[in-house]
Design a protein around this ligand. Structure first.
Ligand code: G3P
Length: 222
């Protein structure tokens, strides 16, 4: 299972690279605006902290086919292993198809249905990012839709990987893993929720206190 960070915050990327095994970084236009700096500077810094084998997914901003294709090519050329994220609009599908025919890396995004996901897979995209929490927010079962998409792509043998996106809690991440979703892109604050468990902290406090009482030492000294 690939764990990708959904952020443009360079400090967060550096931190989680030390703490966990991170497979890449995704951004979108909104995420990049949150850094309150020029997006080119932010992207250059993200590139400088990523290892060669970690993927980077950057979203196009144009909405017409020609503009999407042009930006998609620029994004691919920033660095190896860099994917142009393209929303699942009609223009987006056309651009995805064209870019894949020319051998570029593409991640379909802003996917709100299994149908859109399958059509993107048929355009040959490498990843498809359905928005789990945003689906839940409009009153449909995001887990079920993404589980359907994972199963359909597997059934037909498409190599496209589903990278579930838009998480608000750790339970949603667990549901995606139970559905066999091959990749997830998660914001740092939700990755924290996956790691944290107050009972683990309570247990560690008790271990430390018992040790100190018995041996009057803070650590394991040999
Ligand atoms: O990568 C897509 C994702 O950023 C959308 O997440 O939290 O804005 O719904 P969110």
């Amino acid at each position: 299972m690939e764990l990708i960070l959904d952020t443009a915050n360079v400090e967060a990327i550096k931190y989680y690279q030390q703490v966990l095994t991170i497979d890449g970084v995704t951004t979108n236009p909104t995420i990049l605006t949150k850094e309150n700096r020029d997006y080119r500077e932010v992207i250059q810094e993200i590139i400088s902290v990523l290892h060669e084998d970690q993927s980077l997914h950057i979203q196009v901003v144009s909405t017409d086919v020609e503009g999407i294709v042009k930006e998609g090519k620029v994004i691919n050329q920033l660095r190896k292993n860099t994917y142009a994220k393209i929303p699942c609009t009609k223009e987006g599908f056309q651009a995805m198809k064209q870019l894949k025919q020319e051998g570029y890396l593409v991640t379909a995004t802003a996917c709100y249905s299994a149908n859109q996901g399958v059509l993107a897979a048929k355009c040959g995209v490498d990843y498809i990012a359905p928005y789990l929490n945003r689906l839940d927010n409009i009153g449909v079962d995001g887990v079920a839709i993404i589980a359907d998409l994972v199963a359909i792509l597997d059934y037909y043998g498409y190599p496209t990987k589903v990278v579930a996106a838009s998480f608000k809690n750790a339970q949603q991440a667990l549901e995606m893993m139970k559905a066999g979703c091959p990749a997830m892109t998660i914001a740092p604050e939700v990755v924290d929720k996956m790691m944290e468990q107050s009972m683990t902290d309570d247990a560690v406090r008790a271990f430390s206190s018992d040790w100190k009482k018995a041996f009057n030492e803070e650590g394991f000294n040999w």
